[in-house]
Ligand binder design. Structure first.
Ligand SMILES: Cc1ncc(COP(=O)(O)O)c(C=O)c1O
Length: 359
């Protein structure tokens, strides 16, 4: 099992450590839509609890068709999983890359999945002086000895999206050099103004696009994600050889209906539109914080004071933020916070005012 400190969302452990009841803690460390799961889905789950008394369809035909309809692609190019995480591990297991390039700081599970195979891992470190943006340096780092590159757009934890023209060049270069390109778009639903790389899928069979439904629809406990690729042979092999029934029946049901919930989508965009600005502006006012403009539902910043522990200080006030000290390429001055409701965001700002008073 992954260590509890490796991801955000460890409310129970952190509350216990600080002598608090979990209800006294506001969790800014996990990037989950604060709207909670869509009401329609909640009702649907209640109405369909008895589906748990049967095995789900082993092929998840309706689920795959719903995802394919949403992306206007063929169901053969879709593979659903028990959260995006399962698909990262399945992909690494069935591809068995010999050499991978990881963009760091990035999501920790790519490395964990690759380390289970006999893969050599090279790091492409994003630089603070480049604003942690992917630059043309990445093009030169793409060499023929690589089997795969992992990219995350928007990136976790930096929240940045690469320039779209540069992204198309990266895709083209990977294709030219026969490098499989794994693009994690788990947070892209939060940024409707950015185009998905799914538009390249038909043209590039070396492209694999990962999506998660757990963040946007606030379902991290239900578990649902999917992979899209026109490498139908790989998807077919995984389909044939993976363990059966890893997606529970309620998650499968959710995936069949969530994409049509336009009301939930609109409410989420309206909330994020206002709260992204609010929190970025408010945190940017602190002279000891350097904030990076967010694109999705979380905000990445650096505390310019060297020897303080902002996570500890805020936790003493019942606010849990994500320390980014354990990301490759970062240190304990870096943090990530989820963007939440106005009320919670204001509490974060007020608590920071107290904590940073002497900075
Ligand atoms: C970038 C990224 N990809 C994938 C995942 C995993 O998502 P899921 O909950 O669908 O397994 C996460 C979870 O934090 C993430 O940050």
């Amino acid at each position: 099992m992954a260590k509890s400190g490796q991801h955000g969302g460890n409310v129970l452990q952190m509350a216990e450590k600080h002598g608090l009841h979990p209800d006294q803690v506001i969790d800014f460390s996990a990037n989950i839509n604060p709207a909670g799961m869509p009401d329609k889905l909640r009702q649907q789950i209640i109405d369909n609890l008895s589906c748990l008394e049967q095995y789900p369809d082993i092929e998840y035909t309706q689920l795959h068709e719903a995802i394919a309809r949403h992306h206007d692609c063929s169901a053969n190019t879709v593979l659903a999983g028990n959260g995006a995480t399962e698909l990262i591990f399945l992909w690494a297991h069935y591809v068995q890359p010999k050499k991978a390039l990881l963009v760091e700081p990035g999501f920790a599970e790519y490395r964990r999945a690759l380390l289970r195979t006999e893969c050599t891992i090279a790091d492409f470190i994003l630089r603070e002086e480049e604003g942690f943006q992917i630059t043309e340096r990445l093009l030169s780092a793409l060499t023929p000895d690589l089997d795969c590159l992992f990219l995350c757009t928007p990136n976790n934890p930096t929240g940045l999206i690469p320039d779209q023209h540069l992204l198309s060049e990266i895709i083209e270069r990977c294709h030219h050099l026969n490098i499989r390109l794994f693009i994690d778009e788990s947070f892209l639903d939060f940024t409707p103004e950015y185009q998905s790389a799914t538009r390249y899928l038909k043209q590039y069979p070396n492209l694999y696009i990962l999506r998660s439904l757990t963040k946007f629809y606030a379902l991290p406990g239900l578990r649902l994600g999917y992979l899209l690729s026109s490498d139908e042979q790989l998807l077919e092999t995984i389909r044939e050889q993976r363990e059966p029934w890893t997606i529970n029946a309620l998650a499968a049901l959710a995936g069949e209906t969530l994409f049509d919930d336009t009301q939930y989508h609109q409410t989420t965009y309206a909330w994020l539109n206002s709260e992204q600005d609010y929190l970025f502006t408010a945190l940017s006012r602190f002279s000891s914080l350097k904030c990076f403009a967010p694109t999705a539902n979380y905000l990445f910043f650096k505390h310019l004071r060297k020897n303080s522990d902002l996570q500890f200080q805020l936790m003493q006030q019942g606010i849990l933020i994500r320390s980014c000290a354990n990301y490759t390429g970062l240190d304990k001055r870096f943090y990530r916070v989820a963007i939440k409701s106005r009320e919670d965001n204001q509490k974060l700002v007020r608590t920071l005012e107290q904590v940073l008073r002497h900075d």
